[in-house]
Design a protein around this ligand. Structure first.
Ligand SMILES: [Zn+2]
Length: 317
């Protein structure tokens, strides 16, 4: 029963996501079905988006590719210099409603750019795990949990809602192209805060540090969720929140109330509050670029972030 229901939910979520992607101008056939080809229209690189951000404050960016070569895309709205990221789909499968929510939020702010406060930029990455979205799995195509693969308290084996999962952390920190793509993007660009969408729980959890506590508290109040001081359900390792907070990016984790509904009105209020909170942060000082050596792997030292048109499923970079 659970499997059948879960599959149905995932399929519905993917369909909904496909509809939304078509609404925001991302070709569904590229975003949800097929790896990109050399003929596929690629979005601007982040550098290009920077150059004309004042003229066109809506800029698609390509963060990288999944294990199976699917593009990981984001949309940047506004001009910054303080950037807030919203990430859906770090877990797919039962948590696919996080991607549905991210796309709904994207639709809203794309049509209501004036709601983004002066001095703030909003980047929404609806689906960090496109292979998992297609397969209906929490993990990526390598069976790795993308929230256990970061270089912070990393372990090869990790816990999740189904218990202890050998190999869920990956073969090493940042062994997965999805986590490398997001880490590089968030650190190379002037991000000051990030919100990760999960399900289910109906609560908000802060990453480490006072800034993360403030951000999570702000969202909790506006979205009328429960505030959870820390995760105690099972041991965690290699989480994105811990890695990013250690590098000065404040993080809140939002657990939607169910596995089925996107909790859109609540989270619209939550994101509005988070944007207002972000406006009062000092702008980031200097680059926090990731050392290429930290991300070297069998594909060699990564040549640079946000590269378009590299589609090999073996070495996506
Ligand atoms: Zn999750």
């Amino acid at each position: 029963m659970l499997t059948r229901a879960t599959t149905g939910i995932a399929a519905a979520a993917i369909l909904a996501t496909a509809c939304l992607l078509s609404l925001i101008g991302i070709p569904t056939s590229v975003a949800a079905q097929n790896p990109p080809t050399s003929e596929s229209p690629e979005p601007k690189t982040a550098a290009t988006a920077d150059a004309d951000s004042q003229a066109a404050p809506i800029a698609p960016v390509l963060l990288g590719h999944s294990v199976q070569g699917r593009p990981i895309r984001g949309i940047e709205l506004g001009a910054g210099p303080r950037w807030l990221a919203v990430i859906g789909g770090i877990h797919q499968g039962r948590e696919a409603n996080s991607t549905v929510l991210a796309n709904l939020l994207l639709d809203h702010f794309r049509e209501n750019l004036a709601e983004i406060p002066e001095g703030v930029g909003l980047a929404i990455i609806p689906d960090l795990n496109p292979d998992g979205a297609i397969a209906g799995t929490r993990a990526n195509a390598n069976g790795v949990d993308l929230n256990r693969n970061w270089d912070a308290g990393w372990q090869p084996d990790a816990y999740g809602p189904s218990g202890f999962v050998p190999g869920a952390g990956g073969t090493r920190p940042f062994s997965e192209p999805e986590t490398r793509a997001l880490a590089r993007y968030l650190l190379d660009r002037p991000f000051v805060a990030a919100i990760f969408l999960h399900s289910r729980g109906g609560f908000v959890v802060p990453g480490p540090g006072a800034g993360s506590v403030e951000l999570a508290s702000t969202i909790t109040r506006a979205a009328q969720y429960t505030y959870l001081r820390g995760w105690t359900a099972y041991p965690l390792s290699g989480q994105a929140s811990r890695y990013l907070a250690q590098r000065g990016i404040h993080v809140a984790i939002v657990e939607l109330t169910t596995h089925t509904h996107p909790d859109y009105p609540q989270n619209l209020q939550g994101l509005r509050a988070a944007l207002a909170w972000t406006q009062h942060l000092p702008p980031p000082t200097g680059p926090r670029g990731v050392a290429d050596a930290e991300f070297s792997d069998v594909c060699g030292t990564l040549p640079g972030p946000y590269r378009a048109g590299l589609t090999s499923p073996l070495c996506p970079w």
